[in-house]
Write a protein that binds this ligand. Structure first.
Ligand SMILES: Nc1ncnc2c1ncn2[C@@H]1O[C@H](COP(=O)(O)OP(=O)(O)OP(=O)(O)O)[C@@H](O)[C@H]1O
Ligand SMILES: [Mg+2]
Length: 840
């Protein structure tokens, strides 16, 4: 009697299993391991640890090799994990991330299909759309994904297409882009200079003033203007910049008088020869109708690209396909500068916080030349890790990469390459990167692997893992239809455009003018006041507009320290309040309710006016020393009434928001904290299961040897068994990382005796039983792991958790007044009577 055929397979990853099984573990499902020799995917998953991305990734491969597909998959995984991303899209196909249709119906696809493709296939658009929908459903199904996962992706983040310099998508205004960077940058001279230089170079590129040399007068002058403004904390806009080119705020450049260094006028139109010509160039740009669109739109604000007003993660696609080279460089450089500034404001973390992805880095990060984008990119690659910002760079042109700058890049995705030169260059780069991380490098084997790669097949080299792995990228949830047209972007963004609030240059004077009411009379000398009247002069902080007069207006300055205490939740926070209130002559009182916040320290106050100045009439009340006692009492009363400290508490994590931290920012912070905790738990699971799997692996290996021995002796029976640890979720999760013993990557052991005969004997059935028992153990271990992994999910989502609002008020004894005095507040009064604050 022939023995019954025994089938022992695991293969859990081979068909339609739900990817949801590993979504709580902080791993990205990028594809499946691929067997180059057999030319087919192996069962299982290729999972990438999200926190490995903090050491950045580079993705190279020839056109059509599947880079964008791979990176779209990665961005999808990140979004599902709540990680926001900024995507720089020079080619226009990343907006495909918005083409996600959970129901996978032909009519969903129809508006987005490529009609040329339909025509070529001789199909009506409707039929072609139905075909595409079916293709996507099948493709996803083959990779164990269904419509629910598409829905999950859509729900996890907001997807927005920004189009700087165009109003097809959400336009971006660059007006604020010359504002002072945060103190973290201005206080670091090297960083400040770097940012100044990059901004100036890209701006000069935009007005076609050659930037080959950083030693040209235009570059030096603009840099000096920007640096001096930023150091003083002044924002610059293009108009002011143009003014300052003509009348710089300094008289010397190094040892030279400014006129000798770079004359204001010259008969030629050459911007190198005269400041006037340079100013004119910049002004032509500013005045050109095409530039108008750069002044409209939302602020270039990284924070708002990464999270919505509610704190929900965002995937912001910055589409620059429509721009010319100089405009692209200008925008990318500004963006990178803002990115650096944003990064410097984040707290340290070991978990991934956000991704910056650039789809085609060609021209922005070359080995020899030095375009303005290069310095900020280099700095990002060096420093972003500590802040949890993962930079992902893709290119089809491996010869154009600065490999030295990529030396610290942790993950290399290498796809099919066309030329030998390309392959050689990438391998050289990878070798260099590995040398700096101490990894081993088998060049001959790598060469052989690279030669065998096909489209969507990549070699992944991750410094956090023991082994490189060849894998096939999974099918993307998004419909990869190729570059979107302007009209299509418009169609995608039009419905949500109203949610975006365009940047308007704030009318800084309005609140203050209101506070002053009627224009008071002016006198040219400082009014003579009795000695008991405390008076102070607010320092001047802005440049005098041409022809403007300096006018001091009187206000009452109040400064106090207010403490908020709640011992139950262990809070004791002090807040400094320094405000300036208008004096209402009619009602004879100080109007603390309409006070404006002072942007200076008390120690900055001066004792005298600066230069020639006019003084507005002082209301009688403010000229009497006695009044100041009353003012002080009123101020205390007002603080007691009006000051409150509002914070939020997360009931689950018990975390409390920081002073002044908006709910949105608090929620964003809670998400990151949750992710850090999750990553730790995930790591603990790895530590726990690694040795268990390794031990089991050992026994599998022995069973395998036994089966082989039996097989050698037997002819008549068959044993067909495959135990593949790598095909289990647990195996994929442990990946190629050594934790304690053994190497899980190698643990993928197949016991195959298919087709081979085996003698019927006691030994045979014993071998079979052994295999079956081991299989059972593996299944049990996997079940145990799954149960633990499921328990990892936080009970609440920081985005939707109901936060407890707490409102603390000060007691009278917790208010201590530092100063109540008459403040002379400087203004610039133009000839037409309009007035601008000179102190902010
Ligand atoms: N993961 C994927 N899922 C489904 N289709 C894919 C995937 N990856 C690639 N494709 C298909 O292959 C085509 C080419 O891939 P992709 O655009 O990713 O190449 P690329 O390497 O980015 O090329 P280029 O350098 O020209 O941008 C895509 O338009 C898409 O049709
Ligand atoms: Mg591409």
């Amino acid at each position: 009697m022939p023995p019954k055929k025994k089938q022992t397979t695991t293969g859990t990853g081979s068909s339609t299993d739900d990817a949801a099984d590993f979504e709580k573990l902080g791993v990205f499902y990028l594809g499946r391991p691929f067997d180059l020799a057999a030319k087919q995917a192996k069962p299982g998953w290729l999972l990438y640890d999200s926190k490995d991305l903090v050491t950045h990734a580079v993705c190279v491969g020839m056109t059509g090799s599947g880079k964008t597909g791979l990176c779209v998959g990665l961005l999808e995984e990140a979004a599902i994990d709540g990680i926001p991303a900024i995507v720089i899209d020079p080619k226009g196909d990343l907006a495909n991330l918005l083409l996600t249709f959970p129901q996978l119906r032909g009519e969903d696809f129809a508006p987005w299909i490529n009609e040329d493709d339909a025509r070529k296939k001789g199909l009506s658009p409707t039929d072609f759309a139905a075909q595409q929908a079916a293709l996507w459903e099948k493709g996803l199904g083959d990779w164990g994904q269904r419509g629910e996962r598409i829905k999950k992706l859509r729900d996890a983040a907001d997807f927005v297409v920004y189009t700087p310099g165009s109003n097809a998508g959400i336009s971006i205004s660059i007006l604020k882009a010359f504002s002072v960077p945060p103190p973290e940058i201005t206080q670091d001279l090297e960083l400040l200079r770097e940012q100044v230089s990059a901004t100036v170079t890209s701006l000069l590129g935009l007005i076609k003033v050659s930037t080959d040399t950083l030693n040209s007068p235009p570059h030096i002058l603009l840099s000096a203007i920007l640096e001096s403004a930023w150091k003083k904390g002044h924002n610059l806009d293009l108009t002011t910049l143009i003014q300052q080119i003509q009348t710089p705020p300094f008289e010397r450049m190094g040892a030279l008088d400014i006129e000798a260094f770079y004359p204001s006028e010259h008969p030629s139109e050459d911007p190198y020869k005269s400041r006037f010509s340079l100013a004119k160039r910049l002004n032509n740009l500013l005045a050109s109708p095409a530039f108008e669109i750069w002044k409209q739109g939302v602020a270039l604000d990284i924070d708002s690209f990464l999270h919505t007003a509610e704190g929900k993660p965002k995937l912001s696609i910055l589409s620059i396909a429509h721009l010319n080279d100089a405009e692209r460089m200008f925008f990318v450089t500004l963006l990178l500068g803002q990115m650096l500034a944003w990064m410097r404001r984040q707290s340290g973390t070991t978990s991934l916080r956000a991704i910056l992805y650039m789809d085609e880095i060609f021209g922005y990060f070359p080995p020899v030349a030095n375009p303005p984008s290069k310095a900020p990119l280099l700095t990002l690659l060096k420093q972003a890790r500590a802040f949890g910002l993962g930079v992902v760079l893709a290119t089809q042109n491996p010869v154009d990469l600065d490999y030295k700058g990529l030396a610290n890049t942790g993950t290399w995705f290498i796809g099919r390459l066309q030329t030998e030169r390309d392959k050689a260059r990438v391998l050289e780069g990878l070798e260099g990167a590995l040398a700096s991380s101490g990894g081993k490098f088998d060049k001959a084997r790598m060469e052989q692997t690279l030669a065998g790669l096909g489209s969507r097949i990549f070699l992944m080299h991750n410094v956090h893992e023991d082994e490189p792995e060849v894998f096939q990228t999974r099918w993307t949830l998004s419909y990869l239809r190729g570059p979107l047209t302007r009209t299509q972007i418009k169609a995608l963004m039009e419905p949500i455009k109203t949610q975006f609030i365009p940047l308007v240059t704030p009318d800084e004077t309005s609140s203050e003018q209101e506070a002053f009411g009627n224009q008071p009379l002016l006198q040219s000398g400082r009014p003579l006041l009795p000695p008991g009247v405390p008076q102070q002069f607010v320092p001047i902080r802005s440049v005098r507009p041409t022809g403007a007069k300096l006018v001091y207006q009187p206000m009452i300055l109040g400064s106090a320290k207010v403490r908020f205490v709640d011992s139950k939740i262990n809070i004791d926070i002090g807040r400094d309040v320094t405000i300036m209130a208008p004096i209402r002559e009619g009602v004879m009182t100080v109007d603390w309710d309409h006070a404006i916040e002072a942007s200076f320290d008390l120690s900055d106050l001066e004792q005298a006016s600066v230069g020639e100045a006019l003084f507005a009439n002082l209301p009688n009340l403010a000229g009497k020393a006695k009044s100041y006692e009353t003012f002080s009492k009123d101020f205390t009363g007002w603080l007691y009434q009006a000051q409150k400290f509002e914070i939020f508490r997360s009931p689950t994590s018990k975390a409390i928001s920081l002073p002044g931290e908006p709910e949105r920012d608090f929620r964003v912070r809670l998400q990151q904290a949750g992710r850090e905790q999750r990553d730790q738990q995930s790591e603990a699971l790895r530590k726990k299961y690694s040795p268990k799997i390794a031990a089991l692996q050992d026994r599998i290996r022995r069973a395998e040897q036994m089966v082989e021995r039996q097989q050698a002796e037997s002819r008549s029976s068959q044993i067909q068994a495959a135990i593949s640890v790598g095909a289990t979720i647990l195996g994929a999760f442990l990946g190629r990382k050594t934790i304690s013993t053994g190497n899980i990557g190698k643990a993928t052991t197949a016991i195959r005796g298919a087709g081979r005969a085996m003698k019927e004997s006691k030994d045979v059935s014993q071998a079979e039983d052994n295999v079956a028992a081991l299989q059972q153990q593996l299944t049990a271990l996997e079940a145990e792991f799954k149960a633990e992994a499921d328990a990892l999910v936080a009970a609440t989502d920081p985005l939707t958790e109901k936060l407890e609002p707490l409102s603390l008020r000060p007691t009278k004894s917790n208010i201590s007044i530092k100063l109540v005095a008459l403040a002379w507040v400087p203004h610039w009064r133009a000839a037409d009577g309009t007035s601008l604050p000179a102190w902010s």
